[in-house]
Design a protein around this ligand. Structure first.
Ligand code: KG4
Ligand code: ZN
Length: 337
């Protein structure tokens, strides 16, 4: 019998549980929280309460779907942070209780590292190529944007990050200005497919090094809409696809430019993208283009593994298990890591 990890993810508004055996995902269940939609963003207190309601049924279903008996679990892994403290507490408390009751090791996982390690998930029936080290990964989600350098499964360095908003936040906040529901990223992606990406131009930041900034773009988008709406109140409705395509193109170009710089500066051509925004079709196509031109070995996650999920916590937990990196019962979740 191999190493079987029960993994829990509860850093934001998705309650997820997965069973990962020897780097293969046996089950990966996600319970989303509709309750935030009408607020246009995640309400931390409501998220925490919904996690409490969801956690036991989600774990139960993950075990059933995997066909795994509770006695087969070698260790339990959970997201320690970064994330919303009230949400993290629910997953951490559950994992601690489970480890204590089952007398098995407890493993704490960094959410950002977990997003990147999805590229090391194997498939039972298929031969999967995984990245070689050093591996460079653009991590783009609703809460984080960075260029991560992995020297091994467990050694990760941040080469650059955002100095204000994350890339997903730029999608979501600009989407809100257009009246799109939260989270707006997937809808902008869909609408952008029917639009002209060169229809409008928005300001691009000039940030030194490998850091990112998106707040200027958001302001430029806001002022642009305000001016056009004065002339034509129907401007957004009449130009929605072009607005989405142009906005998406700007965000993608900002991201890809830095990724290319990071690759040139480090000489690394094992390149990946990860996190919620890595589901974006514009970003996927652009990095594939760069990969062809620059002879990168490119890694793009399967669609179910881009947004928050427990399979990524499970794969990280698996490598930490192999390295005997266990946590003790006094470990506390951390909103910032
Ligand atoms: O990784 P994730 O689930 O949560 C965080 O750790 O933040 O990422 C969620 C973010 C949201 O901002 C959402 O709008 C964005 O990922 N997102 C997308 C797409 N799908 C999800 N953004 C652009 N295009 C998409 N297709
Ligand atoms: Zn995430």
């Amino acid at each position: 019998m191999g190493v079987t990890i029960l993994a829990i993810e509860s850093s934001c508004d998705d309650t997820s549980a997965a069973v990962v055996r020897d780097a293969c995902v046996l089950s990966n269940l996600i319970a989303g929280q509709e309750v935030h939609r009408s607020y246009g963003g995640v309400v931390p207190e409501l998220a925490s309460r919904a996690h409490q309601v969801n956690i036991v049924p989600v774990v139960d279903q993950a075990l059933k779907k995997a066909g795994t008996d509770i006695d087969e679990i070698s260790a339990v892994a959970f997201t320690r942070g970064p994330g919303l403290l009230g949400s993290l507490l629910v997953g951490a408390s559950f994992a601690k209780g489970f480890a204590l009751a089952r007398k098995i090791p407890l493993i704490e996982v960094n959410h950002l590292q977990a997003h990147v390690l999805v590229h090391f998930i194997k498939k039972k029936e298929e031969e999967v190529t995984v990245p070689e080290f050093p591996f460079l990964c653009l991590l783009v989600s609703g809460g984080h944007t960075g260029i991560m350098l992995l020297k091994s499964h467990l050694e990760m360095e941040t080469l650059g990050g955002t100095i204000d908003d994350a890339a997903g936040e730029a999608f979501d906040k600009c989407g809100k200005l257009m009246g799109l529901p939260y989270p707006a990223g997937p809808e902008i992606d869909r609408l952008a497919m029917q639009g002209d990406k060169n229809a409008f131009r928005f300001s691009r930041p000039s940030v030194p090094g490998l850091n990112f900034s998106f707040s200027g773009l958001k302001t430029s988008f806001l002022y642009f809409l305000r001016d056009r709406l004065k002339e034509d109140p129907g401007f957004i409705a009449e130009n929605k696809a072009d607005l989405c395509a142009s906005l998406q193109n700007t965000i993608v170009e900002i991201l890809v430019e830095k990724l290319v710089t990071a690759s040139l500066e480090t000489g690394i051509r094992e390149i990946g993208i990860a996190g919620g925004v890595s589901a974006n079709s514009g970003l996927r196509n652009r990095v594939l283009e760069e990969a062809r031109e620059r002879k990168w070995n490119i890694f793009i996650p399967d669609s179910g593994l881009t947004t928050d999920n427990a399979a990524m916590i499970g794969i990280t937990g698996y490598y930490k298990y192999l390295g005997r990196k266990f946590a003790t019962q006094d470990i506390a979740p951390q909103a910032r890591l």
